[in-house]
Design a protein around this ligand. Structure first.
Ligand code: GLC
Length: 436
C-alpha cells in the first residue's frame, strides 16, 4: 500500500482549506463585495444537487506521485515539459475520457462535476492562447479536454464546473511576488486571460472552482488580493457567466465555504453554504499504489455533510489514460447504490429540523417530509428528540416498514432489532408531519 504523507507547503495548503475544528464559523471569509453575492435562488440547483465529482488530471498523472509532483519532486520546467511531450499520451480520445468520467459520476448519483483545467504546475488541458510558454494539451499534440468535458456535461445535463489555479509554480513571481513583480504580474495576466477563455469558449459554466490564490506558500488567499484583485476578476467573470458560482479561493469570499479533507463533519448545522471536498484516495492526482477509502466511510461523511447543510465534492484521480482506478469505480458504484435507495432523503433537502448528534443521527427535510439519518441505532433509541411543530403522522423506512414512535414531551423512536441487526451505514426514517 502506498503511504502518501503530505508535508510542508502541500500540507499547509490542505489545512488552510479546512473549517475550524468544531466547524463553527461566522460567515464566508475573504475580500467581499455585495454586488457579487448570489441569492439563495441562484444557488438552489447546487444546494439541491448535494453530490458532485471532482477530477484531478494532468501531467502529474504520468508521474504518479500526486498533483504536487512538479513542486515536490523539484523538476525543472524543461524536465516536466519533456515528461508531458514524451509520456502524456492517453490511449483514449478526449470524448471517451469525458464519457468515462461522467458515466461514473452518473452511476454514483452525482449532479455536477468539476475538472482541473489547470493545476499549480501550469499545464493547461485546453488550447489556451494565454498559457505562458504555450504549455498546453494542444501544444503536445493532444485534444482540448475542457471542450470534451464541458460538451459531455451539457449533453447529459450535469452541472459543469471548472477548477482553475490562479497561481502557477513556473513563475518566480509566485515565490517572490515583491522581489519579482514583473513575473508576478505576468502570472496575473495569464490567470485573467485564461479565465476569460474558460468563461467564453465552452458555453454555460456553473462553477469556477478557484484553488491557489495564495502567494509564496504563505498567508491566506485573501492576503494575496493586492495582486489578484479578485473583486475586479470576479466582476468580469460574472459579466461573462452571470450566475456562475465561485469557490472562495481567489481571495473573494466566494459563494460557498470549503472544508477540505476526509475528516468527519461534526457539530451543528452550518448556517452558510459549504462544500466538503475530499478524495477517494490519499492524493488528489493519480498514484499507482494509492490507498483508497472504505465506501461506508465515504457514505458516512456524505450523510454527516448533508445533515449539516453541506455538499460533497468527491475526487478521483484518473490514470494517464484518463481511466478511473478500479477501486475508485467501486466506491462510486457503492455510493450510487446508496443514492438510489436513499436519494429521496438527500437530493433537494435542507438540513434539520433537528440538530445532529455527532455519531448518532442527523436530519434533513423537504416539503412536508422529514428524514432521520441514523448512524447508531442503539444510541438513537435512547434519545428523546426535542418536540417539533406539528403532529408526526407516520414514521417508516424508505421501503415502507413502519417504525414505532411516541410523540409526547419530545419524540422517541424504537427502531426494531431486526432493522438494527441489518447494520446499515445510514438507517433512514421518513416522517410525515402535519402542519410542518
Ligand atoms: C489543495 C491542494 C491541491 C488540491 C486542492 C483540492 O489546495 O493544493 O493540490 O487540488 O486542495 O481542494
Amino acid at each position: 500500500m502506498g503511504e502518501y504523507k503530505m508535508t510542508g507547503a502541500e500540507l499547509a495548503s490542505q489545512l488552510k482549506g479546512q473549517l475550524n475544528n468544531n466547524m463553527l464559523f461566522n460567515g464566508i471569509s475573504g475580500v467581499d463585495d455585495e454586488n457579487l453575492h448570489l441569492s439563495e435562488a441562484d444557488i438552489k440547483w447546487w444546494r439541491d444537487a448535494k453530490l458532485g465529482l471532482f477530477v484531478h488530471w494532468g501531467i502529474y498523472s504520468v508521474v504518479g506521485k500526486g498533483e504536487w509532483a512538479y513542486f515536490n519532486e523539484g523538476f525543472t520546467q524543461e524536465e516536466y515539459r519533456k515528461i508531458a511531450e514524451e509520456q502524456f499520451k492517453p490511449q483514449l480520445s478526449a470524448e471517451e475520457i469525458a464519457a468515462e468520467w461522467l458515466d461514473c459520476a452518473e452511476k454514483a448519483g452525482m449532479k455536477y462535476a468539476v475538472m482541473t483545467t489547470r493545476h499549480h504546475d501550469g499545464f493547461s488541458l485546453w488550447d489556451s492562447k494565454c498559457s505562458e510558454g504555450n504549455f498546453t494539451s494542444s501544444a503536445i499534440g493532444c485534444d482540448d479536454y475542457v471542450k470534451s468535458f464541458t460538451d459531455e456535461c451539457h449533453k447529459r445535463g450535469i452541472h459543469t464546473g471548472l477548477y482553475y489555479s490562479p497561481m502557477d509554480w513556473r513563475f518566480e513571481g509566485y515565490f517572490d511576488p515583491h522581489g519579482k513583480p514583473e513575473s508576478a504580474l505576468k502570472m496575473k495576466q495569464q490567470a485573467y486571460g485564461q479565465i476569460r477563455e474558460l468563461c467564453t469558449q465552452y458555453g454555460r459554466i456553473d462553477i469556477l472552482w478557484y484553488d491557489g490564490g495564495w502567494l509564496a506558500h504563505n498567508g491566506t488567499d485573501a492576503d494575496a488580493a493586492w495582486l489578484w484583485e479578485p473583486i475586479k476578476l470576479n466582476k468580469s467573470v460574472r459579466e461573462l457567466q452571470p450566475n456562475i458560482m465561485v469557490s472562495p479561493r481567489s481571495g473573494y469570499r466566494g459563494d460557498f465555504e470549503c472544508d477540505e479533507g476526509v475528516r468527519m463533519p461534526i457539530g451543528s448545522i452550518v448556517p452558510i453554504p459549504w462544500e466538503k471536498c475530499m478524495s477517494v484516495s490519499q492524493a488528489w492526482g493519480y498514484m499507482p499504489n494509492d490507498r483508497f477509502m472504505d465506501s461506508d466511510e465515504v457514505i458516512k461523511i456524505l450523510v454527516n455533510t448533508v445533515c449539516r447543510d453541506g455538499n460533497m465534492l468527491l475526487n478521483v484521480g484518473p490514470d494517464v489514460n484518463g481511466r478511473f482506478p478500479a477501486q475508485a469505480k467501486k466506491i462510486l458504484s457503492d455510493l450510487g447504490e446508496f443514492m438510489r435507495e436513499n436519494g429521496e432523503s438527500i437530493y433537494g433537502t435542507r438540513a434539520g429540523l433537528w440538530q445532529p448528534v455527532d455519531g448518532v443521527f442527523g436530519s434533513t427535510c423537504k416539503g412536508d417530509a422529514m428524514y432521520l439519518h441514523i448512524l447508531d441505532c442503539n444510541k438513537f433509541n435512547e434519545l428523546v428528540l426535542p418536540e417539533v411543530d406539528g403532529t408526526i403522522l407516520l414514521a417508516a423506512l424508505l421501503d415502507g416498514t413502519t417504525v414505532p414512535f411516541e410523540q409526547q414531551n419530545g419524540v422517541r423512536f424504537s427502531i426494531p432489532d431486526a432493522i438494527i441487526t441489518e447494520g446499515r451505514v445510514d438507517t433512514v426514517i421518513k416522517l410525515i408531519v402535519q402542519n410542518l
